[in-house]
Design a protein around this ligand. Structure first.
Ligand SMILES: Cc1ncc(C[n+]2csc(CCOP(=O)(O)OP(=O)(O)O)c2C)c(N)n1
Ligand SMILES: [Mg+2]
Length: 346
């Protein structure tokens, strides 16, 4: 019985090194994220928006795609996702400070408007959900190029799918419906992952939608819909892997709804005490995806407590060095702001 379910779960085939890498990205993202809050409260940076609590959704998803090759149109909460694709704490820190050499847009966008050409991370705009039709368009281009014989559909060095992410509140935007419909009509190699953390800033999910799950709407677009526990990195990996196989083999688009919770206020400008109880937040802290994965790694003898402690110390020293580097980097000249956000001449 156990064996059968293990075979059905792609995560059962992940080797110990990959599991440790997944944990490492989740941890590094968390420690970078925590430091960003401190820097904000010290008055050193202007703004931060956090991935804390969402690390399992993002890392489980990232490890299922061809990282650095497939197209990714992230949203502002995707710090762990972009770190899994190669963005470093040092790069993110320079971004937070808006200093010279900022990796994403030359510092011309706000931090967390992730874009990174070397990893095929497409720069997005501040209006929520605008990344969805852009990703669906990329998925259309992938399919078109394959059908025209311009690329081989099995060539793993070429993008074979487009992944986009957004929050559940943003699915109220017209752009989301348009992108989903396009992906369904054209049976595109497209994955939309909704990270459902129950709130759109202060607005609870009941005020956004009249159905229980975002994924219930998948049928209306003719795409596969799936709900997953977004705090379980391996469960996310399993559904993500199935969605990736579907995309790579002509099976069309998938809407993944990962149920999770943000452990922080919406952003550094928000005070969540005005709209949710401390008890609710404390309950979710007990379900922290990082603690949960730690327990799994310990119970399955993949990491020892000493190795977990060592990873933590390493993450903290990397974040220390990243902060020091960003602080000692100069600000760009004001006129530099007039240049391009994503074009190569950056
Ligand atoms: C079109 C548009 N309306 C409003 C905003 C302001 N805004 C930024 S994030 C956000 C909440 C989005 O919530 P959700 O989609 O659930 O994502 P979460 O932040 O919870 O991850 C809002 C309203 C915006 N950026 N764009
Ligand atoms: Mg939300």
């Amino acid at each position: 019985m156990q064996k059968e379910s293990a075979v059905a779960r792609p995560s059962a085939h992940l080797d110990a090194d990959t599991l440790r890498q997944m944990y490492w990205i989740m941890l590094l993202s968390r420690r970078t994220d925590e430091r960003a809050w401190v820097l904000h409260r010290q008055g050193k940076i202007a703004f931060h928006i956090s991935a804390m609590g969402h690390e399992a959704c993002q890392v489980g998803m990232a490890f299922a795609i061809q990282r650095g090759v497939d197209y990714v149109n992230p949203y502002y909460r995707d710090l762990a996702l972009v770190m899994a694709l190669g963005v470093t704490p040092a790069q993110f820190m320079v971004s937070l400070f808006g200093k010279v050499g900022e990796y994403s847009s030359g510092g011309r966008q706000m931090p967390s408007h992730f874009g990174y050409r070397p990893a095929n991370i497409i720069s997005g705009s501040a209006p929520v959900a605008t990344q969805v039709p852009q990703a669906a368009g990329l998925a259309f281009a992938i399919k078109y190029r394959q059908q025209m014989g311009l690329v081989d559909a099995n060539d793993a060095t070429q993008p074979r799918l487009a992944l986009t992410c957004l929050g559940e509140g943003s699915t109220s935007q017209g752009e989301w419906h348009e992108g989903m419909n396009w992906a369904g009509v054209h049976k595109l190699p497209f994955i939309c992952m909704v990270q459902n953390n129950e709130y759109a800033i202060s607005v609870p999910i009941e005020a956004q939608m009249a159905v229980s799950n975002v994924a219930d709407r998948a049928a209306a677009y003719g795409v596969t819909g799936v709900v997953v526990d977004g705090n379980d990195v391996l469960a996310v990996y399993d559904v993500a892997k199935a969605a990736v196989e579907r995309a790579y083999t002509g099976g069309g688009a998938t809407l993944i709804e990962a149920k999770t919770y943000r452990l922080t206020p919406h952003s550094s400008d928000d005070d969540d005490r005005t709209y949710r109880s401390r008890e609710e937040v404390e309950t979710w802290k007990k379900k922290d995806p990082i603690l949960r994965f730690q327990n799994y790694l310990l119970e399955n003898s993949i990491m020892t407590q000493a190795e977990l402690d060592d990873a933590d110390a390493r993450a903290k020293s990397i974040v220390d060095a990243a902060q020091a580097e960003a602080e000692s980097t100069p600000y760009p000249a004001p006129e530099f702001a007039l240049g391009a956000v994503y074009a190569e001449e950056n």
